[in-house]
Write a protein that binds this ligand. Structure first.
Ligand SMILES: C[S@@+](CC[C@H](N)C(=O)[O-])C[C@H]1O[C@@H](n2cnc3c(N)ncnc32)[C@H](O)[C@@H]1O
Length: 211
């Protein structure tokens, strides 16, 4: 399985957003325009936190949180936030499928993460439990099409990193998300008119679940 602590422990990992780069922050802002600007926003499995940093810079009134299983990336992010004087940006080590924080958020955002998490159904249930009433979960997950694409395109170490998807253990569908949350789902990409973005296709599903 992917060892994220070792991955970030190697110096000089890329400060990238793994799906869509910094463009994803623009799209989150479009989401705010459609559904309302939140008071707080949490990225779970935030990694190097490209989206949280951009949102915190652009929206000083929103409290932005980043949670990740890797102590290294959380420490690096926290140092960077302090250096940049971003007092509305907060990081903590926490992990799915059971986040320890008892906070609730207007938006819980989990992108490019469920691919690597054991017990993905429990993780979805837990993510949704951290959404405030009236808030939203934005969830990207691996589906059958992701598995087919990864099987065709990924080799060597990359295949190992995605073994939970390639083995079928983490294949999710919109029906599963509806079943686990007990709520309706909408396509995030459709909602924000992002279906033509180059990184959006049937292998990168992303849904919004309102609470
Ligand atoms: C591919 S990166 C995605 C980072 C970010 N969400 C993005 O889109 O750029 C996946 C992240 O999930 C984190 N992660 C993996 N398993 C996790 C778990 N069980 N709970 C929380 N974070 C986890 C990893 O440490 C890594 O930073």
């Amino acid at each position: 399985m992917m060892d994220w602590e070792r991955f970030y422990d190697r110096a000089n990992y890329d400060r990238c957003a793994y799906i869509g780069g910094g463009r994803m922050a623009d799209l989150v802002e479009r989401f705010f325009e459609r559904e309302g600007t939140p008071e707080n926003f949490a990225s779970v499995g935030c990694g190097p936190a490209v989206v949280p940093f951009l949102l915190a810079e652009r929206h000083p009134d929103i409290d932005v949180y980043g949670f990740d299983i890797s102590e290294t990336v959380v420490r690096d992010n926290a140092e960077k936030a302090t250096e940049e004087g971003l007092e509305n940006l907060h990081f903590a080590v926490d992990s799915l499928p059971n986040l320890e924080t008892d906070q609730k958020f207007d938006v819980v955002y989990c992108v490019a993460t469920l691919y690597f998490v054991d017990e993905p159904r429990r993780a979805i249930e837990n993510l949704y439990s951290h959404v405030r009433s009236g808030g939203h979960l934005v969830l990207n997950y691996p589906n059958e099409q992701s598995r087919r694409t990864f099987d065709r395109e990924f080799e060597g170490r990359k295949r190992e990193s995605f073994e939970l998807v390639l083995s079928g253990a983490n294949i999710i569908s919109e029906d599963v998300v509806r079943d686990v949350t007990g709520a309706e789902t909408r396509s995030y990409w459709e909602l924000i008119d992002a279906e033509d973005e180059e990184f959006v296709d049937s292998a990168t599903p992303c849904v919004v679940v309102e609470k």
